[in-house]
Design a protein around this ligand. Structure first.
Ligand SMILES: Cc1cc2nc3c(=O)[nH]c(=O)nc-3n(C[C@H](O)[C@H](O)[C@H](O)COP(=O)(O)OP(=O)(O)OC[C@H]3O[C@@H](n4cnc5c(N)ncnc54)[C@H](O)[C@@H]3O)c2cc1C
Length: 434
């Protein structure tokens, strides 16, 4: 085995991504090949994967980015509504080594954000391999490398299975990889469309319709507002207590102000301040059916990861009764919905703004770093695991977290990369001693 890997190391010095054809696989006539990657394999070409690739490149470390869809930032391009803007001011959302254009507004639109990412990938010449779905990744203890298997091609065609072999694996598949669609009693009998918010583009198709939006996070609140602006009649299901804060207070972004205050004050006092100013600006949200949790917004975010909703106009529509607030659903009927308070109302459509989850447990064969249940790092703010495993974009801190992870990961891998380069090729450095 050692001599084989040494031989590969020699080949890699001539061809940095040495590829071997290794015949058919999977029994269905699939083609199989193996690619030896001198640097890390990054799974996911969202903001986190791109930022990691750029930071590595700036340090002279090449990488391969594998992306299941046919574009970068597929969450933003394919699974978000048209009216979406960054929730946080642009200075908190920029990726390493490139600021947003000065002419962009404080809260760039989704299209502006996507164009920023496209320029980012182009400027640093990051070319992800598209339509590559990573189906399995496992650390080979004998070899000392990660084996990352991806499938290329659509399900009706013969697929190519590629095994990428690398010392480092960076998981950048996101906290929002798969839509969460809870089962509701009567879903099969309801006669109208039921769709997840990830498939909702605009309220245009719902004009004049009664629409029930399930879930009151940022997406549920904004979808309800959008429906309202397209002359639909939305109702919003609010099951749990929720912190709604104004997007801006005292002429500053609520997020920026919170970060600034936290430099001087303990989190409890900052929470108290945010709640006091929110009440002055928004009034008592409980009066409109939006009870606040007992724990303050920043402490709750730290403890449970639950992000406060930043209001962009939904609350005003709730106050005027254009958006109705409803409790949990008991069951769906053919043309109506029965709520837990006994009320039964007619609805034409249901939109499930019920969130997303990580898909890591479905493909990463590893038991320590990522939890089996939620697919998130077990340690809070965990970005580094064992055997060259890293996570980018899993710290529940949005795009700011993506940038921080990318920088840390690149620094960590650079140390190893430089140490290897001193003595030998990256491959021979970690050969098993047989
Ligand atoms: C509606 C909405 C609005 C948001 N607004 C903000 C905001 O304003 N500010 C902010 O900081 N954050 C915001 N977020 C959070 C946002 O998701 C992240 O900040 C950002 O997209 C995270 O980037 P990421 O690269 O970690 O994950 P993603 O953007 O989800 O990218 C992950 C990529 O991995 C790919 N992938 C997944 N599985 C595989 C696989 N098995 N094989 C290959 N590829 C795979 C996916 O196709 C995807 O392209 C928002 C999220 C949503 C849903």
């Amino acid at each position: 085995m050692a001599s084989y890997v040494k031989e590969i190391g020699g080949k890699l010095s001539n061809d940095p991504f040495f590829t071997e054809e290794i015949g058919g696989g999977g029994g269905g006539g699939d083609k199989m090949r193996r690619v030896w990657v001198p640097g890390p394999v990054i799974v996911g070409a969202g903001p986190s994967g791109l930022a990691a690739a750029v930071c590595l490149k700036q340090k002279g470390v090449p990488s391969i980015v594998l992306e299941r869809s046919n574009c970068i930032a597929s969450l933003w391009q394919l699974k978000t509504y048209d009216r979406l803007r960054l929730h946080l001011p642009k200075q908190f959302c920029e990726l390493p080594f490139m600021s947003f254009p000065v002419e962009f507004p404080t809260y760039p639109s989704k299209n502006q954000f996507v164009s920023y990412l496209e320029v980012y990938a182009e400027r640093f010449d990051i070319r992800p391999r598209f339509n590559e779905t990573v189906a399995e990744a496992e650390y080979d203890h004998t070899l000392g490398f990660w084996r990352v298997r991806s499938k290329h091609g659509n399900p009706d065609e013969i697929t190519t299975v590629t095994e990428y072999v690398s010392r480092w694996l960076i998981v950048a598949t996101g906290e929002n990889a798969e839509a969460v669609m809870p089962k509701l009693d009567g879903m099969d009998v309801f006669d109208g469309p039921i769709k997840h918010a990830s498939l909702y583009k605009s309220g245009e198709e719902f004009g004049g319709k009664k629409v029930l939006v399930v879930g009151c996070g940022n997406s549920g609140m904004e979808v309800s507002l959008d429906l309202c602006e397209h002359r639909a009649s939305p109702s919003l299901v609010v099951r749990d207590a929720v912190h709604v804060l104004p997007r801006e207070m005292l002429g500053k972004s609520t997020f920026g102000l919170s970060i600034w205050l936290l430099k001087w004050l303990p989190v409890r006092l900052v929470d108290g301040f945010l709640l006091m100013v929110s009440r002055l600006i928004l009034g008592d949200t409980a009066k409109f059916g939006l009870d606040r949790p007992i724990i303050g917004p920043l402490r709750l975010k730290n403890l449970s990861g639950k992000t406060p909703v930043l209001d962009v106009g939904t609350l005003a529509k709730i106050k005027t009764g254009h958006i109705k607030v409803r409790p949990s659903i008991k069951r769906l009927k053919r043309h109506a919905v029965e709520f837990v308070d006994g009320r039964i109302e007619r609805y034409d459509s249901v939109i499930m703004a019920t969130g997303y989850r990580s898909n890591v447990p479905s493909w990463l064969k590893e038991g320590e770093m990522f939890g089996k249940e939620d697919g998130l790092p077990r340690k809070p703010f965990g970005w580094k695991g064992k055997n060259g495993l890293y996570a980018a974009g899993f710290t529940n801190r949005g795009l700011l977290g993506s940038s921080m992870d990318a920088k840390r990961i690149a620094e960590d891998i650079e140390r190893c990369w430089k140490a290897d380069a001193k003595f030998c090729t990256p491959f021979t450095q970690s050969l098993p001693s047989t």
